[in-house]
Design a protein around this ligand. Structure first.
Ligand SMILES: Cc1cc2nc3c(=O)[nH]c(=O)nc-3n(C[C@H](O)[C@H](O)[C@H](O)COP(=O)(O)OP(=O)(O)OC[C@H]3O[C@@H](n4cnc5c(N)ncnc54)[C@H](O)[C@@H]3O)c2cc1C
Ligand code: SF4
Ligand code: SF4
Length: 1022
């Protein structure tokens, strides 16, 4: 049995502060629970630091309350770190004190002024969300970064973020007009650039603001000359405390030059006014291919002569990882089918106000490409159109995440990943950098901004191995020195964080000036201490953090029992890149995160919690792997014995006995098992797999709720219930029964049964029952026209007309449909963690399906979520012996040639286009599915467009669980409602998911057909 786990509670000093804050009228959330703190203990860096607590402020005043209290003599030991999206790569937002997270509530765009082209936002707003709203006015917030769908503008300002396009658009600070900050003593201050007279007035003030402006003025006067010698003159120069730009080009004193990039060490920024630019109307990309990555770097300089907006590069490793990822489907047409001999690609972008301007750029580039050079190029490809360009940039944006998906214990990690050197030095610098990594025999992928002289490199290191961990120090020291020797900096893009350690050496005699600035803003070193600079005037000198002294995730991971780590390995390699925090309601990625904005309810949060849980279980002596085996092999006597133990544990739980396992359970219990994480996370973190393994173990200690047992029996019981269809439907249609079921078993709105014998209905529609004798009798020339439909519980018993419509459509198209007898697939058992029972079902069912498929006739399933079980969860049990069951879209795609030859032009020119709404499990895990449906429609002469939507809120049984009603409704309203209710879509929508169709019906927005039914309908009308 797993162990009961104590949780690490907040220390008394910090919990006292939290209580005082609550009494001071703080209106946000105060979270001191171990789970809430654990999920914020990591970012995308190698580090892991547990905060004492987390504050989620709702307003500037809330932030001011935190800092006012922290400034009181009793609390000057309290430390506070602001946090936005938590996507930092160097531990920037990690703290052992309090975290102030603005992303939960302070995430609104407050105003967009189209005429004057600016926006005012709260600091926790996600960059892409701002741009979504600005785009409606033809504007955009220009600084770019790969994490734009989850990083916040506050985080961007504080790391002075930049990325693709920085040569034209600069960095975040170039677009900051005003900052509203809360200073360390709680003062709220709005900073804008000021002229000399205003500066003098500010310097007269007798408060912290006065002190700050005096320091600003003196620093500029005293150190101007030295600053211009020491601060590098690079596109990607330093982030934070930018002494070189205290006086801006309009001769104004700009405090924001100091604040931008200060990583929360000077103030907490609550609101930001940013400059917006008009969106360029046209764009094009030229992809230039090379046989050597080094040559792609060398060539970039000559390509700059064509004056593009940006040049980005990737190497062959990134390319091959992209090929294996779901993102490839959207871009594959722009790249050569085979790329074995391509080692580097330069992406050269041109934007403009009209097509002619774009064409001129492309012509300039082509002229450059035609000039004789010693560099060997392997061809190029021009990609026109903003939509296509966006798709390719999206792929490039995912490169960092993709690198994390290298298999094995050694994983690419960030610590020297954003060195910037003068662009003309980049190729030589990289040559030496690669030699350095090769010397340590490390693998790595490379990509980045060749135009700006920044290349991203993440060497693969197994941080669980103490010997390999030492490489972080060795390599960092060498790379810092190498960067300096090439006139560059170690921190070219992602900020300093823990790497601030290299500041004193880099800034030399100017470092004390940085310390003075820190001291005047934050005299007690309370704001994100240990980063960028420490105040010089504290009673005792304090040090910057050291790259090898901050606790790492690897150190925690190595405490996990190896077998346990292996068992959960599909989800433990989360590297915190945050792709699962995608804010976009039209992306399938994690619905429960979007519905709650609670990071425990996200793939990263869930994975992090289970990692910690495994570590604690190991420390408590539990043998996770063998416990799991014994649960699966349990005999009746064991069940009785375990049952009695469970009852005792339950009573203790009711009595209030603490167990960290309950908190982890809470995070996993709300997961919808939609598998969007498994499909869309660059590391393929598979939370449903994690969840079922966890449920199995947790319920080996605590009894299961009734609904688990009911849900687990659903698949085998349905054929029996179907025999009593009228009675069942009568009861289920009765509202009192629905309420009782909701309150007792926790399931409600269960659908009506649609047939007492689906297989008989199919036979009446013209299918034959698939059995060995019949299959053997099918003549060879009939086999390729025969297909076996595999039933699933949802379609067969709750939507039988779809099954019979499919049969009818196949017959009309000249096929011979066979129907396999209904067998439980076991998906529900897997979802609830009845893994022993699932294994048995999978083996029996899998072998039978395999036997049916032996004659070479394809098997296809209707419901995508169930059908995908055969290739994922069944494979876990049966390995390569698992049956191959195609999705409908996949099977039709295989028939494309034949269907085209039927010349069925089903629509006339006036016919409307159908609009496809995909099922999130299907589109996340089989990204080609929408295109396959489009192909089918086009083969039959119909038109189908694909509309990306997020989750409908149903996800199998999730939406039927009583306690999930609020989230299910919220998700539907967020992602589906508008599309369904839009009159323009009337009569055009088709949806592939059973769950989605039933959700639309349930919320009274009508009925949408499956694509198969829409096609059949058109055929019938002709
Ligand atoms: C896969 C990946 C790709 C990346 N690509 C890029 C890239 O292309 N370009 C780039 O510049 N960066 C990149 N980064 C780094 C990171 O995304 C950026 O630094 C981003 O700006 C951080 O924003 P955030 O909201 O996640 O901030 P966090 O990580 O939460 O915080 C970053 C810093 O800002 C401080 N901070 C946050 N909010 C506030 C506030 N309100 N007031 C004061 N301080 C605050 C924090 O204390 C911390 O020091 C990448 C990271 C990952 C994981
Ligand atoms: S779960 Fe995946 S997407 Fe989310 S942070 Fe972890 S690795 Fe990134
Ligand atoms: S299965 Fe769905 S709800 Fe659960 S963590 Fe993954 S994306 Fe989120």
């Amino acid at each position: 049995m797993i162990s009961r786990l104590d949780q690490k509670t907040t220390n008394t000093f910090y919990s006292h502060f939290a209580r005082e804050l609550a009494s001071a009228g703080f209106t946000g959330d105060i979270e001191l629970g171990y789970a809430d703190r654990t999920v914020l203990a990591t970012d995308n860096s190698i580090y892991q630091v547990l905060p004492e607590g987390v504050f989620y402020p709702r307003s500037t005043e809330d932030i001011s309350k935190i800092l006012t209290l922290a400034n009181k003599p009793d609390f000057q030991q309290v430390v506070v770190s602001p946090r936005g999206g938590g996507t930092g790569t160097n531990g920037q937002s990690l703290t052992s004190g309090f975290m102030v997270d603005t992303s939960r509530y302070m995430n609104q765009v407050l105003e967009i002024n189209t005429e004057e082209r600016w926006a005012r936002v709260q600091s926790g707003v996600v960059k892409d969300y701002l741009n979504e709203l600005a785009a409606k006015e033809g504007l955009f917030f220009a600084p770019e970064l790969s994490t734009s769908n989850r990083a916040t503008v506050g985080g961007m300002v504080n790391t002075d973020a930049s990325g693709q396009g920085s040569v034209v658009y600069g960095k975040t600070r170039h677009h900051v007009l005003e900052l509203t900050s809360v200073l360390a003593d709680g003062t709220i201050w709005n900073s804008v650039p000021v002229d000399d007279e205003q500066l003098d007035q500010l310097c007269q003030r007798q408060d912290r603001v006065g002190l700050i402006y005096n320091t600003l003025k003196n620093t500029h006067q005293q150190h101007k000359q030295r600053v211009s010698e020491v601060f590098p003159h690079l596109n990607r120069n330093l982030t934070g405390y930018d002494l070189a730009n205290i006086v801006n080009k309009d001769n104004q004193h700009d405090l924001n030059a100091i604040l931008c990039g200060s990583e929360g060490t000077l103030a907490i920024i609550s609101e930001i006014k940013v400059n917006l630019l008009p969106i360029p109307k046209y764009s094009a990309l030229v992809l230039v291919f090379y046989k050597s990555f080094q040559e792609s770097l060398q060539d970039a300089q000559s390509l700059m002569a064509a004056e593009p907006d940006s040049i980005e590069t990737i190497d062959s490793r990134v390319l091959s990882l992209a090929r294996a990822d779901s993102v490839w489907e959207s871009v594959k047409d722009f790249f050569p089918e085979q790329s074995a001999d391509i080692d580097g690609i330069n992406f050269v972008e041109f934007t403009g106000e009209d097509e002619a301007e774009i064409q001129q750029g492309i012509d300039r580039l082509k002229a450059e490409l035609e000039k004789p050079v010693s560099i060997l190029r392997a061809g190029h490809n021009v990609v026109m159109g903003t939509g296509n360009v966006k798709k390719i940039w999206n792929m490039r944006k995912q490169a960092v995440g993709l690198l994390g998906n290298m298999k094995g214990d050694a994983r690419p990690i960030p610590f020297v990943e954003d060195v910037a050197v003068p662009p003309e030095n980049l190729a030589d610098f990289i040559l030496e950098f690669r030699a350095l990594l090769d010397r340590y025999q490390l693998t790595y992928g490379m990509f980045g901004h060749v135009d700006a002289g920044v290349l991203h490199v993440r060497p693969a290191i197994d941080m669980k191995d103490p010997e390999q961990e030492k490489l972080v120090r060795l390599i960092s020291d060498e790379v810092a020195a190498l960067a300096k020797s090439y006139g560059g900096v170690l921190w070219g893009e992602h900020g300093k964080g823990v790497r601030s350690e290299y500041s004193p050496d880099f800034f030399a005699d100017l470092y004390p000036v940085l310390q003075e600035i820190k001291g005047v803003f934050d005299p007690y070193n309370q704001l994100n201490p240990g980063k960028i600079a420490t105040p010089a005037i504290l009673p005792e000198p304090v040090q910057l953090l050291k790259i090898d002294e901050v606790p790492t995730r690897g150190q925690q991971d190595r405490e996990i029992d190896r077998d346990a780590f292996e068992a959960f390995t599909s989800s433990l390699y989360c590297n915190g890149n945050g792709a699962c925090f995608n804010y976009n309601p039209n992306s399938a990625m994690c619905p429960t995160w979007k519905a709650t904005y609670d990071r425990t309810q996200s793939p990263k949060g869930r994975s992090g919690l289970v990692r910690e849980w495994l570590r604690l279980q190991t420390a408590a002596g539990a043998d996770i792997a063998s416990e799991s085996r014994s649960i699966r092999q349990e005999g009746p006597l064991d069940t009785v014995y375990r049952g009695s133990q469970k009852l005792i544990n339950l009573v203790n739980k009711w009595r209030g006995e603490e167990d960290f396992s309950h908190q982890v359970y809470g995070a996993l219990d709300n997961c919808m098992s939609c598998k969007s994480c498994a499909g869309q996370c660059p590391i393929q973190v598979n939370v449903p797999d994690l969840r079922s393994r966890y449920f199995e173990l947790y319920h080996g200690r605590y009894p299961r709720p009734v609904k688990h047992h009911v849900a687990g029996l659903l698949e085998p019981m349905l054929p029996v219930l179907a025999k009593f269809k009228p009675a069942y439907n009568l009861v289920m249609g009765w509202s009192a029964a629905n309420t009782i079921a909701g309150k007792t078993i926790g399931l409600q709105d269960l659908p009506a049964i649609t047939s007492s014998s689906p297989i008989n209905d199919c036979c009446r529609a013209g299918a034959a029952i698939a059995n060995r004798t019949l299959l053997d009798a099918i003549p060879d020339n009939e086999r390729d026209k025969t297909v076996i439909i595999i039933q699933d519980a949802f379609t067969s018993f709750f939507e039988t007309p779809l099954l019979t419509d499919l049969v009818e459509l196949l017959i009309r198209l000249g096929y011979r449909p066979l129907i396999a007898p209904y067998k439980p697939n076991g998906k529900v058992l897997h979802v609830y963690g009845f893994l022993g029972r699932f294994e048995k079902v999978a083996r029996t069912n899998g072998q039978e399906l395999k036997a049916l498929a032996d004659g070479g006739i394809s098997l296809m399933g209707i419901d995508a979520a169930v059908t995908l079980t055969y290739r994922d969860e069944y494979k876990e049990v049966m390995g390569e012996a698992s049956p191959e069951v195609l999705l409908l879209s996949e099977w039709f795609a295989q028939q494309s040639e034949r269907l085209r030859q039927l010349n069925m032009n089903l629509s006339d020119d006036t016919a409307e286009e159908f609009v496809l709404l995909g099922h999130c499990t299907e589109t996340s895990n089989v990204p080609a599915a929408p295109a396959q449906w489009q192909q089918l429609f086009s083969d039959l002469g119909l038109k189908l467009t694909y509309k990306a939507t997020g989750c409908c809120g149903m996800a199998g049984i999730y939406g039927h669980e009583t306690r999930n009603q609020e989230i299910a409704r919220k998700l539907y309203d967020m992602s589906w409602k508008d599309v369904i209710q839009n009159p323009e879509n009337s009569g055009k929508l088709v949806a592939t998911g059973y769950s989605c169709r039933s959700q639309v019906k349930r919320y009274g927005d009508g009925k949408i057909p499956h694509p198969v039914q829409a096609i059949l309908q058109v055929m019938k009308q002709q």
